[in-house]
Design a protein around this ligand. Sequence first.
Ligand SMILES: Nc1ncnc2c1ncn2[C@@H]1O[C@H](COP(=O)(O)OP(=O)(O)OP(=O)(O)O)[C@@H](O)[C@H]1O
Length: 221
Amino acid sequence: MKIVDCINLTKVYPGVQSTEVLKELNLSIEAGEQAAILGQSGSGKSTLLHIIGALDSASSGQVTILNTDISTLSDDKIAAFRNENMGFIYQFHHLLMEFTALENAMMPLLIAGKDESRAKQKATELLELVGLSHRLNHKPSQLSGGERQRVAIARALVNEPKLVLADEPTGNLDKANAQAVFDLFLKINKELNTTLIVVTHDQQLANQFGRVIKLDDGRIV
Ligand SMILES: Nc1ncnc2c1ncn2[C@@H]1O[C@H](COP(=O)(O)OP(=O)(O)OP(=O)(O)O)[C@@H](O)[C@H]1O
């Protein structure tokens, strides 16, 4: 099953005259793939990820995510679609500092109106999966950078998304922690069969994924 299908995707930012950031790009990603998007600064990696994640829209072309043409959805429907099907991880963890690791990881389920005890159970399971069962009640300020990023990963997975999108998730980590995060991605892909699309600058990390998509000046090369 195709999870992502981009056909002739072109992106021009409004106000930036005739600069195509993505140029008639074609890309399809199957369920269960691990894809790294690699490319130099400014090549369009984040733009592509944001469009796949329905956080931004294409200027032309067609983007189908999980058999849904996202350009046809209203803003409300897009938000619901995103919450139901996707998990996001960013370079900075964006955890809520006044809440514990467990509470942060539970948050998407509580927002979706799920029962608190179930949310707690599910978040605990995922924090275990990312190796943080001994840190459930720590706040972000009491965690290392790598641990915070692992909480962010648990949070992104808590509502069992089919697709996880990560934008430079290791950009803020040292080499050992960056490798640990990639090991974790591979484990998640294997154990939960989650489709992964991860943007990175790091060729060595990218090469560990099943597929490397190289972007150069808005085109796949
Ligand atoms: N909101 C925006 N408005 C106008 N131009 C933008 C906007 N966002 C990105 N751009 C431009 O689009 C191009 C691609 O940006 P993008 O962030 O996708 O690249 P990237 O490959 O992710 O880069 P980096 O590795 O530095 O994050 C750049 O030239 C950038 O300046």
